[in-house]
Each structure stands twice: as C-alpha cells, then as structure tokens.
Write a protein that binds this ligand. Structure first.
Ligand SMILES: [Zn+2]
Length: 126
C-alpha cells in the first residue's frame, strides 16, 4: 500500500498515511499528532509556495468529487488529467500511466495491482 505524505494545517506536523489508490481522496485523513482533519497532502518533489497553497486547496475540493466515480474510471481519468494540467508541475511518471489506464476503463484496483510501487517514496528528496 502506498504511503502518502500529509501536513497538518493545525499543528504543522508532517505524517505519513497508508492508503490504497482507491481510498485516496475518499477516506478521511486525520493528523497523527493532534487528530485534526484539517490536513493537506504534501506533494513529493513539488515545492509548495505560498501562492500555490490555495490552488492545492481547490484541488482538494476536486478530490471530494471523486466519490461515486469509482464505478466510472474513465470519468476519474479525465478528472485526474485535468488536475495534472492545473498543477503544471513535475508529476511522477506513474501519474500519466494511471490516467491512461483509467481512461481505458481499468479500475483503480486493477491499476494498483499492476503498478505495485504506485505513489511510493521514490523521488522524495527530503
Ligand atoms: Zn495536527
């Protein structure tokens, strides 16, 4: 299961959460230190400048739209591709791969099985 880095907006602590790809964006993530739900995803290899934070928040809103999309991988693929463009930053190579597979109609579970290190720690330079 891939580990995702999160940062708590409440206490500024960094923590890792293990989520399957299909859980990501659906499961409520709580801070490991203070229990706050006010957390944000820390993007690896992407330095988040202050001006980018609001953009990340609007993307988090997009993620809430993922609910129910699980039965419609193509719609999820389109949404992820749109988000990738909005980020305009260096994306992990798996990102395109995942989007391509979603658009071909594969489910997140199938994709996770075929790309075992999806969302892993590769490239985290800190
Ligand atoms: Zn916290």
């Amino acid at each position: 299961m891939p580990a995702y880095d999160f940062i708590c907006n409440n206490c500024d602590q960094r923590f890792e959460v293990f989520l399957t790809f299909s859980e990501y964006g659906k499961k409520t993530v709580k801070c490991a230190f203070c229990g706050s739900k006010n957390v944000r995803r820390r993007m690896t290899k992407v330095r988040i400048a202050r001006s980018e934070e609001s953009r990340m928040e609007s993307m988090a809103d997009d993620f809430s739209g993922f609910e129910g999309l699980e039965e419609d991988p193509k719609a999820m693929g389109r949404m992820m591709r749109k988000m990738g463009k909005e980020m305009g930053e260096e994306l992990p190579p798996e990102f395109d791969e995942v989007v391509d597979r979603l658009e071909k109609g594969q489910t997140p579970e199938e994709i996770e099985k075929e790309i075992p290190d999806l969302g892993g720690d590769a490239g985290d330079e800190e």
